[in-house]
Write a protein that binds this ligand. Structure first.
Ligand SMILES: Cc1cc2nc3c(=O)[nH]c(=O)nc-3n(C[C@H](O)[C@H](O)[C@H](O)COP(=O)(O)O)c2cc1C
Length: 452
């Protein structure tokens, strides 16, 4: 079994590593440049990655000091561009790399969204994945027509119905042989309206797109609160985790796998990817020097501002040197757990969090020669049960390029990652050649045209 690799990015200058866009080698400011995305995609394909994983946020980060100023000063996910639009261009420049893109179920309408994803299924020839998030920023809610954010668990309830609608559109509206393209283009008896009439959505009609190769895009989920884990157990084919110790990731992996079993699924069908920042160089000493160089650019205030927004806790109002306690917020509860309850063996102060996440986001920072890095990734996967990693890019695209040029050959030599792609689509990267549609034990399968 190979480890799966994704590259992790957001269309912004400051994503997991805060302040590092100031490093002279960083190309982060080129997120507005198509050439930058194409170059990124080609690097990851050279490393035989499953996918580029693109995070997103729909509002500015304004929790810290109740203002957007710190986020603007450090460029923390603010400004940020739309993640879907560069995908066609990257797909045209690659053959195998998948694209897993974050889109919020809270702010999309399922009918239009289903068509967008099917369009990308067509244009990428089956290389599209969707990271289902419910969103966590109040600023997004306020700018998208609400007074404030829907409550945490209500967002998931809405997401549940959203999934039902898009499954009906993707799986159940058009038969495989609906398009005949002879005397008629499509056979009307093989295209049916979905007639969805629910609590949040009413969608009577037929899917507007004919089916893509995948039909349902490969489904990822990020969010590890109890209700998030249950949602992942039902719907996710891939789960994106944030944990800084393998034992913490193990708790999340076991939790979601148990939910998958409860939902009647094969738990091994859910693949887990832990965020990891890898600083690799020819030798351990050179890698440590590289990390020290990067750390000089890390912004403590920026990190406090980012994590204030993720957790919905204004860290500027707390004593920076007093341990953080778990509170049930309307932010990303999985991120609050990360620095409070998930590792009972230690406490975290806001200052310690900010210093820790400066270069590494919410995961391990693995530093060393190719051999050291491969040892550590191997140990991490064995102890945590994850299937692979979302590799962050703190100094884009230098970190990706270093990883692909230095770490990947060592991982391949050990038989830990693939040396060739075996299938053409993203779902085949997950489950092997020939598996382009959702598995029979996935809930989307229940909506197939004409039944299972
Ligand atoms: C590792 C991880 C990554 C996430 N990435 C994103 C993201 O890119 N965009 C986003 O809006 N939400 C993201 N979320 C949060 C989701 O919006 C999530 O559905 C919601 O906040 C609930 O998370 P929870 O179940 O941990 O509370 C992420 C959450 C986690 C744990």
């Amino acid at each position: 079994m190979h480890l799966h690799l994704n590259g992790l990015r957001q269309s912004t200058v400051g994503h997991t590593a805060i302040g590092l866009w100031r490093h002279p080698d960083s190309q982060a400011h080129r997120y507005r440049d198509l050439g930058y995305w194409i170059e990124t995609a080609r690097i990851l394909e050279r490393g035989k990655f499953d996918a580029l994983f693109v995070a997103d946020a729909l509002g500015p980060l304004d929790v810290y000091q109740g203002s957007v100023d710190a986020a603007l000063r450090d460029g923390i996910q603010t400004p940020t561009d739309d993640p879907l639009l560069p995908i066609s261009a990257m797909a045209a420049a690659t053959e195998h790399l998948g694209f897993s893109v974050t889109v919020s179920s809270t702010y999309e309408l399922p009918y239009a969204f289903a068509r967008k994803m099917t369009t990308l299924d067509h244009l990428t020839a089956g290389r599209i994945g969707w990271n289902i998030v419910t969103s966590a920023l109040d600023s997004a809610a306020r700018n998208l027509g609400l007074d404030k954010q829907l409550a945490h668990d209500d967002r998931y309830a809405r997401a549940e119905e959203f999934m039902e609608v898009v499954y009906k559109l993707w799986e159940g509206s058009w038969a495989d042989d609906a398009v005949v393209r002879s005397d008629v283009f499509a056979d009307p008896s093989k295209v049916r309206p979905i007639q969805h009439d629910g609590i949040h959505y009413r969608v009577p009609g037929i899917a507007l797109s004919e089916p893509g190769i995948l039909r349902t895009p490969v489904l990822y989920q990020a969010g590890t609160s109890p209700v998030g884990r249950a949602f992942a157990g039902r719907h996710a084919e891939g789960v994106f985790l944030s944990a800084y110790l393998p034992s913490m990731a193990r708790t999340l992996v076991d939790g979601v796998r148990a939910e998958a079993v409860a939902a009647g699924r094969d738990p091994s069908a859910v693949k887990f990817f832990a965020i990891a920042t890898v600083i690799v160089a020819e030798t351990d000493a050179a890698a440590r020097a590289k990390l020290a160089d990067y750390q000089r650019y890390a912004s403590v205030e920026g990190a406090l501002a980012r994590w204030s927004a993720l957790m919905h806790i204004d860290l500027s109002t707390l004593d920076l040197d007093k341990p953080l306690e778990y509170v049930e917020t309307d932010g990303i509860r999985g991120m609050v757990e990360l620095f409070t309850t998930l590792d009972p063996s230690r406490t975290w102060t806001p200052r310690a969090i900010a210093e820790f996440v400066g270069v590494g986001g919410g995961g391990p920072v693995i530093v060393g020669s190719p051999a050291t890095v491969a040892d550590e990734l191997e140990r991490w996967a064995a102890e945590s049960g994850v299937d692979g990693f979302n590799i962050a890019d703190p100094v884009p695209p230098v970190t990706f390029r270093d990883f692909v040029d230095l770490a990947v050959p060592e991982l391949q030599r050990r038989g830990l990652t693939r040396t060739e792609y075996e299938g053409g689509t993203l779902r085949e990267h997950f489950y092997g050649p020939g598996v382009t549609r959702v598995r029979d034990d996935h809930p989307a399968a229940a909506y197939r045209f004409g039944g299972r």
